[in-house]
Write a protein that binds this ligand. Structure first.
Ligand SMILES: Cc1ncc(C[n+]2csc(CCOP(=O)(O)OP(=O)(O)O)c2C)c(N)n1
Length: 570
């Protein structure tokens, strides 16, 4: 027996489990991961980076997971985050929950306590944490590699679950990662996740029921959401609107899908302008494509008149979830629009007041910059005026990523090239996920400008990532909406006539702090301050930070809507 040969073949048939998993991740087409390593994932993270899968490090696990989510949002592909076990997994729970609700394709790989129960052979693991139970309780599909033999299958299952949309977690116990795996000659085999389902055509009977309503409608409104954008339905929806004499409007997530169309009303609901509200109030039928009709789209029950509502969605469970539908059409938005075009030939709608000269004149003369009374002070700007000014100064080909808070009142004033460039991070109704998400979008789209719009409260929660921007060379424009307060809470307290002291902050100058991290930075206390930065904003050259001091007296329209809703409930 030749011992040397035997040893060589032995070496070929065994490899550390972490290394095999790295190779499988590479075979999935993953070229970068986002993360924050712990003792239990340092070897794995380093092996990923050494194999050419670039490791982008964040300074908080929530931000690492949000980066993966932003990356997936911007590419449609898998976003992968690698974090540690126990406290690190707990730290990332907020973003994990967010990612699972946002519907992006996010794979969260965490370390986990050794399956033997004793990490070091001396005593219990200080970091022990029932990650599988906690993540499952949070609604996140979780898979544990309980042994080297099952590790590849667990990765394949977790990746497949993530690719279905929504986050999935893969837990890698420390001892399993480091143990050798016996390869049985199939070292190259990679997981093969399920493909997307083909678009589903709607039932003809459902289309006929919708068409019957639309034939009688004089003033229809077509409302499109992100689902319609993802189905590629824009052209068909515009054609359908032109055919039946409808006005076009979107949910916030569908923002600017119909920009430039003369019948475009912008966003419906809490982020709408006065002209949109005035026209939508007159609608006699609403036709919804791929929009969830959540509280903000519905202005807490007030955005749409009580008229027949037809809801088209590829997911049956989305129809009527937030708001009742009178006619449900289950199917792909583009195919449903095509079917409606066939069912409603030209001339079906003769009386078309929404397409009158008067309507078009009203809409073309509407100027959002004059839709509010500017309220700047000597040392602060009006957030809406800031939006109007930034609209002209920022590069048109931009991604806008928003944290959450009262400052979201700026949304109607800033346009994007289309819905895939507008990212809200409030799927868990939380603050503090904008920064990480923006970094993931910036990584995915290096040739476009990514703008993070964030309040000072959300920024204080995540400002450690200023260092990530520069270290990982992921340039961002940060627009800090600095009202020296948790503005949302400030307005809630004011509306209840309660003391506001605990919701307000001192006026901190953040520009020098950002400069210390390597940003170009400026403090904006007037629109003139902003205008002076025109050339820099038009073509940002590296990371840029604007500390915009805002008039805190201005509540976003949705603040009073929420207040009215809350007081209505109790
Ligand atoms: C994780 C989390 N913590 C707290 C909140 C409650 N909350 C919602 S908005 C808000 C204020 C945010 O302040 P800021 O980022 O400055 O934005 P502003 O409201 O002032 O525009 C807070 C604390 C939340 N939604 N999520």
């Amino acid at each position: 027996m030749n011992v040397v040969t035997d040893r060589a073949s032995d070496a070929q048939r065994r490899a550390p489990t972490y290394q095999v998993l790295v190779d499988d991740i590479k075979a999935l087409g993953v070229e970068q991961v986002f993360g924050l390593m712990s003792d239990d994932t340092a070897v794995f993270a380093t092996a990923l980076d050494s194999s050419g899968i670039r490791f982008y490090g964040a300074r908080h696990e929530n931000n690492a997971i949000a980066m993966a989510e932003g990356f997936s949002y911007a590419t449609g592909g898998l976003g992968v985050a690698v974090i540690g076990r126990g406290p690190a997994t707990a730290n990332g729970l907020h973003a994990s929950t967010y990612a699972s609700r946002a519907g992006s394709r996010v794979l969260i790989i965490s370390g986990d306590a050794a399956t033997s129960g004793q990490a070091n052979g001396i005593g219990p693991d200080y970091k022990s944490f029932s990650a599988q139970s906690v993540l499952t309780a949070a609604g996140i599909h979780s898979f544990t590699a309980t042994s080297p033999a099952t590790a590849r299958g667990a990765l394949a299952d977790a990746a497949a679950a993530a690719l279905q949309g929504g986050a999935a977690a893969l837990l890698l116990p420390v001892n399993v990662q480091l143990a050798d795996m016996v390869l049985n000659g199939d070292a190259g085999a990679s997981p093969s996740p399920k493909r997307d389902r083909p678009p589903q055509a709607p039932q003809p009977q459902a289309i006929e029921a919708a068409a019957a309503l639309l034939r009688q409608s004089r003033k229809p409104v077509i409302l499109a959401g992100l689902g319609a954008h993802r189905a590629g339905a824009k052209a068909e929806l515009e054609q359908l609107a032109d055919r039946i004499g409808a006005l076009l409007v979107t949910s916030a997530r569908g923002k600017d899908m119909f920009r430039g169309h003369p019948a475009n009303l912008g966003i419906v609901g809490s982020f709408s302008h006065s002209a949109a509200r005035r026209m939508i109030d007159q609608a006699d039928c609403v036709l919804v494509f791929g929009a969830g009709l959540n509280l903000l789209t519905m202005s807490f029950g007030h955005s749409l008149p009580k008229v027949p509502l037809i809801q088209v969605d590829s997911d049956r469970g989305h129809i009527g979830r937030w708001h009742p539908a009178d006619v449900a059409v289950v199917g792909d938005a583009r195919l449903a629009a095509q079917a409606l075009l066939e069912a409603l030939p030209p001339g079906s709608n003769v009386d078309r007041p929404f397409r009158s000269d008067e309507t078009f004149r009203f809409l073309s003369e509407f100027d959002i910059a004059r839709d509010f009374e500017p309220a700047s002070t000597a040392r602060t700007v009006d957030p809406r005026g800031l939006g109007v000014a930034l609209e002209k100064l920022l590069p048109a080909n931009r991604n806008l990523v928003y944290d959450a808070g009262n400052f979201l009142g700026i949304v109607p004033y800033l346009s994007v090239p289309g819905p895939g460039h507008f990212k809200l991070t409030s799927d868990f109704a939380s603050i503090g996920l904008g920064f990480g998400t923006a970094l993931g979008v910036a990584k995915a789209r290096p040739d476009e400008t990514t703008v993070l719009v964030i309040g000072d409260g959300g920024f204080l929660m995540t400002m450690g990532e200023l260092e990530t921007v520069v270290r990982e060379d992921l340039p961002l424009v940060v627009v800090l909406m600095n009202d020296c307060a948790y503005g949302a809470e400030l307005h809630f307290l004011k509306m209840r006539d309660l003391p506001v002291a605990k919701s307000v902050f001192p006026d901190v100058d953040y520009a020098p702090i950002a400069e210390a991290f390597g940003f170009q930075a400026a403090t904006i206390r007037s629109l003139d301050d902003l205008q002076k930065l025109g050339p820099l904003l038009a073509k940002p050259d590296g990371p840029l930070f604007l500390d915009c001091k805002l008039n805190a007296a201005i509540a976003a329209p949705f603040m009073s809507e929420i207040h009215e809703f809350e007081t209505r409930k109790h």
